[in-house]
Write a protein that binds this ligand. Structure first.
Ligand code: HEC
Length: 139
């Protein structure tokens, strides 16, 4: 029976791969559905009108208020995606497009955190962003 283990395990492993691939597909589809129109499929945006989502967000999430800021920009807050899907999309853009700049202790967004931050839209996102990046208190 020594040969049996790999034979039995193979389908289980394949199933695991299929499940995780479809979860990734769902997030990617939600990103494309909700964000690509402005930020493009690869997140590079159309500067200066639409900011890039690549390699610039790690610095923002590291700042006080930065995590909330990413939820409170109008394009995110007013998205038709629900809180859980938005949390996944934010985690996706952070880990896919900002892996090199993400703080080591980055904790993924939860639906609850998104729901809370989503209650307060930013009146002037660009001004807020600037103030955020100028604040010297890096935590
Ligand atoms: C209608 C166009 C539009 C859509 C759709 C859109 N955004 Fe944006 N996004 C913008 C613009 C423009 C800004 C700059 C801030 C502002 O003026 O609102 C921005 C800012 C951001 C920022 C802050 C970036 C920074 O460097 O400060 C993030 C993060 C972001 N968007 C993520 C998303 C995600 C995730 C989605 C999909 C759920 C999305 N956006 C959908 C236009 C859009």
């Amino acid at each position: 029976m020594r040969v049996a283990a790999p034979v039995l395990l193979a389908p289980v492993l394949l199933l695991g791969l299929a499940v995780s691939a479809s979860a990734d597909d769902k997030v990617r589809t939600n990103y494309l559905f909700g964000c690509r129109g402005c930020h493009l499929a690869d997140g590079r945006g159309v500067p200066p009108d639409v900011p890039t989502l690549r390699d610039t967000l790690g610095e923002i999430v590291a700042r006080p208020g930065g995590r909330e800021y990413l939820v409170r920009v109008p394009g995110v807050l007013q998205s038709r995606l629900d809180d859980a899907a938005l949390a996944e999309v934010l985690n996706y853009i952070l880990t896919e497009f900002n892996a090199d700049t993400l703080p080591r202790d980055f904790k993924p967004y939860s639906a609850r955190e998104v729901a809370r931050a989503r209650q307060n839209i930013l009146a002037d996102p660009q001004k807020y962003r600037q103030a955020l990046l100028e604040s010297s208190a890096l935590e």
